[in-house]
Design a protein around this ligand. Sequence first.
Ligand code: HSE
Length: 419
Amino acid sequence: MNKLKIGICGWGNVATGLYKTILDNQKEIKSNSNIKLEIVVIGARRDNPKCDPQNTIIERDIFNVLNHEIDVLVELIGGVEVARELILKSIEKGINVVTANKAVLYHHGDEIFSLADKKNVHVLYESSVCAGTPIIKMLHEELAANKVSRISGMLNGTSNFILSEMEEGADFQDTLKFAQKEGYAEADPSFDIEGYDAAHKIGILSSLAFGTSLPPDDFYIEGIKDIEANDFIYAAEEGFSIKHLAVSSLSEESIELRAHPVLISNSKYLANLKGVRNGIEIETDLIGKLHVAGSGAGQASTASGVISDLIYLSNIKDKISSENKHKSSKQILKIDDLKFENYINIKTSISEDNFASIEQVFNNNKIFIKKIKWKELSKNKSAVIIFTDLHFEKDLNKCISEIEQLDEIESVKSIRIES
Ligand code: HSE
């Protein structure tokens, strides 16, 4: 039996989850892989009352973990700059790295992978996207013969959990608190609800599949915090669910990269993945549409992904660089130049008889209205729900800012419809 000596850096929710899983599932790990995972040292700035590391050596300065005899550093401290420094030091010392940290890879991936390549060191990161639900090694290995043309999916478990619960009538803030308690949300949950976490993950997948850089050039990112209970009701009446979707799609000239809420038809596979689940649709030339779904956050799922990297590391004989050498020179398309159908929710005290003033703005901007519904919110207030035809994003933005200038308009919200 092979032995893999591990140094863990970080002693929070994810790291203690890994520690417990290595102990609890050691029989499965040994019998499925013939490998013994030995935790030699833990870099923990402070104790964690939820987990007793027993006799494992503890280093309060996490950088000292690299002075121990270890085969791999498991970086679970989170954050960006200290994590970058730690990973680069580990690579410099010739110590392999496993990380679950999507933010550090998003911001410094090219630098990290290129140094790893130079030093012949592995940097593995399965659980940085979708936690333990397999996607990184699948793209890298199982789909290696395929031309991938599009990756889309719900990549933030917290957002999918909140939206699924709201669809059933729950409150946004209560659900977010529950997600924090369960360890799904980031330490700073604005990363989840403002879309950055999903953006980090689609950036990593896009780099792997299409050679975009890490960090990628600017792309459109929007979160779920403006979605309200009524939006689910109005969307459901037309056969839609609301999801937070991240998309990377290849065309001849350019790459489409974006992360934002969408209305998605209930007939689509992704619409029906509820709760903390992540779901991805990959389009390839050889397989067609491939779907992957599973838990995308939390201690246990992340531990599963990290352990898969540790086992992979023990098994690989040849050094294969983690770096994607096929860097793309394609431009990332501006969201303004993309076309969408939209759901629009206008809160107004204008009566139905006086809709002409709003309609005129749509006509002037050549945005064709496919369907319109009036919903009474109170005696003097309505929500006008509009479903548009396909149009350029920039034309709708102009139309919305003109509507906002009209009298008696309280708010205008739009959500793209994913076709
Ligand atoms: N906060 C993240 C999520 C954790 O909700 O998906 C897993 O990356």
